[in-house]
Design a protein around this ligand. Sequence first.
Ligand SMILES: Cc1cc2nc3c(=O)[nH]c(=O)nc-3n(C[C@H](O)[C@H](O)[C@H](O)COP(=O)(O)OP(=O)(O)OC[C@H]3O[C@@H](n4cnc5c(N)ncnc54)[C@H](O)[C@@H]3O)c2cc1C
Length: 158
Amino acid sequence: MNISSSGSVMSYRDSYLDLDPNYTDSNDQPLLRMTFNWHDNEIKMAQFTTNKAGEIAKAMNPESYKVNAKKLGARYDTRPYQTTHNTGGAIMGSDPKTSVVNRHLQSWGVPNVFVMQACVFPQNFGYNPTGLVGALAYWSANAIREQYLKKPGPLVQA
Ligand SMILES: Cc1cc2nc3c(=O)[nH]c(=O)nc-3n(C[C@H](O)[C@H](O)[C@H](O)COP(=O)(O)OP(=O)(O)OC[C@H]3O[C@@H](n4cnc5c(N)ncnc54)[C@H](O)[C@@H]3O)c2cc1C
């Protein structure tokens, strides 16, 4: 059997998405550029949870066990599988200066645009995002049906 652990990544000012100044797609549109790297917290968290998993394995008194002490690389690398829960980029929030969509996932700037994806997460957590993506889509659809369609326009005044 295998014991694995998942950490989470805090929201850092130096982690962001923007339009790539050099690379474009087949329509000459700029590609999305991701700027991200581990901070000390992620590296320490990974070491801590790996050690705890080792203690749990040992306490189960198995005939044998092995702790995979492979550390996070010095730099983030998209190639190895690492649960691949990359979220954020168009985050929800209460202030249009620091977020892209309001609590109903409605664009602050363009009120007839609603964004229902993991990109609205202001903070990633350690576990599976898809349930929350679905729940937020229901939440947003309900606001569209119950509020927006009756009175189109911004649902939150800021
Ligand atoms: C290998 C792998 C395993 C995973 N396992 C799990 C798991 O077990 N449990 C879990 O909860 N999560 C899992 N995830 C994460 C989960 O898949 C994502 O968090 C989730 O799919 C995010 O949903 P989304 O709607 O935000 O984005 P996506 O599902 O990526 O949807 C984005 C959509 O936008 C479309 N799109 C992109 N650009 C354009 C454009 N210009 N115009 C029109 N459409 C566009 C794309 O084609 C895509 O359909 C896994 C991810 C990976 C990669």
